[in-house]
Design a binder for this molecule. Structure first.
Ligand code: UD1
Length: 357
């Protein structure tokens, strides 16, 4: 069995790590292709080490650009790689531009392609990820889903049951492996010794690309920081936008904007946080698994199971609602969640077994 994994952005690396490990155990011959969509050490190389992913065999070095530039860049470079390499399956992950680009190239070349984390839908086509999800799923011949709502979405879009396998959540596999290491205090330095704090991550274009919206969020976080210290590791996209705004956050001494965290550092803080405020998909899942309250600054979630069963609450784009929910959690009233089916740390093994058969 010859497998090629194509990864490009931070959440892809986390999802690919357990699948790569499970396939290695079964003796598959594997090639790891990094598209280069994320290239800073803090977004890429550091994660590879912590996740015990081997360095990529091939780096397409596509880098940043407009959606068309980035997607087309991956397509052109990956096509050349696939024309030379023999591979039985290509595996793509999540919903980033690299995911769709790789799936499209494989479909046109007739190379079977499998999608890990298939079927998630926010039903909001203004999100670039939603376009990537819908199209990737149409192109793939094997669809590995993390939750049963995803199966239902795929069936509704006319995809045959024979292509769909409900395997569980590979993000949770990565977390289960990493948590005992991450819990070591050495990884918690970014919490600055606070016993109680809110962890914030924001990078969605809908939150950070509109200056008025971003300024409003920062003001709201500043108010929250008077009640609970706030640790906000800033994604490069958000950093650029915040710098352009010219807002001085130093006037709020307990609002700490810090560099992007490594995977282990981030898990450590998520685990210890009083609450997490986010717009990330993966963090909605991780907090549900960890039982930590999560307030999601979006109108929709492609991960409804984290709301239905988990600790996630959608607060939309409403700061008053956000601050009310923050106060409720500070007062000790928290949403109790449960762990969704098959979020058990063995999803990657089910994927490897399916590919083998
Ligand atoms: C991408 C994904 C998003 C995912 C996120 C995780 C798409 C459409 N979006 O968003 O779904 O949640 O990754 O992080 O694929 N930059 C750097 N260094 C890097 C990478 C990016 O400075 O290593 C900066 C660049 O200015 C770049 C910007 O961040 O233009 C945005 O990067 P990009 O890869 O286009 O999208 P993300 O916002 O990271």
């Amino acid at each position: 069995m010859q497998l090629m994994h194509v990864v490009g952005a931070r959440p892809n690396f986390i999802k690919a790590a357990p699948v790569y490990a499970a396939c290695a155990k079964r003796g598959f011959w594997q090639t790891l292709v990094h598209t280069g969509q994320h290239y800073d050490d803090s977004m890429s190389a550091v994660l590879f080490k912590e996740l015990e992913l081997p360095p990529p065999d091939i780096n397409l070095q596509v880098g940043s650009g407009s959606h068309a530039e980035q997607t087309a860049g991956v397509m052109v470079s990956l096509e050349a790689v696939l024309q030379k390499a023999r591979t039985d399956w290509v595996v793509v992950y999540g919903d980033v531009n690299s995911t769709l680009a790789a799936a499209l190239v494989c479909a046109k070349l007739g190379v079977p392609v499998a999608h890990v984390e298939a079927g998630l839908r926010s039903f909001d086509r203004r999100m670039p990820e939603e376009i990537n999800r819908v199209l990737t799923d149409q192109l793939c011949v094997m669809l590995f889903t993390p939750s049963q709502d995803a199966d239902a979405n795929l069936l509704r879009e006319g995809i045959g049951t024979e292509k769909i396998r409900f395997v569980g959540n590979v993000m949770v596999d990565a977390l289960v492996r990493a948590l005992p290491i991450a819990e070591n205090r050495v990884w918690g330095k970014a919490a600055r010794g606070y016993e109680r704090f809110a962890l914030v991550t924001l990078h969605r274009p809908s939150n950070v690309d509109d200056p008025a919206r971003l300024a409003g969020i920062l003001e709201s976080l500043a108010r929250i920081s008077h009640r609970l210290p706030v640790i906000f590791p800033v994604h490069p996209r958000s950093q650029r936008r915040i710098s352009a705004l010219g807002v001085d956050v130093r006037t709020s001494p307990a609002l700490h904007l810090v560099a992007p965290l490594s995977y282990l550092e981030c898990l450590n803080l998520e685990r210890r946080a009083t609450m997490v405020i986010t717009d990330s998909g993966g963090i909605q899942e991780e907090t549900t698994f960890l039982g930590v309250p999560c307030l999601t600054l979006r109108d929709t979630s492609e991960r409804p199971v984290t709301i239905r069963l988990g600790t996630n609450i959608l607060v939309g784009l409403d700061y008053t609602r956000l601050e009310e929910e923050v106060d409720t959690i500070i007062s000790g009233v928290v949403k109790k969640g449960s762990i969704p089916p098959l979020w058990d740390g063995h999803a990657a093994e089910r994927i490897a077994d399916t590919l083998a058969s």
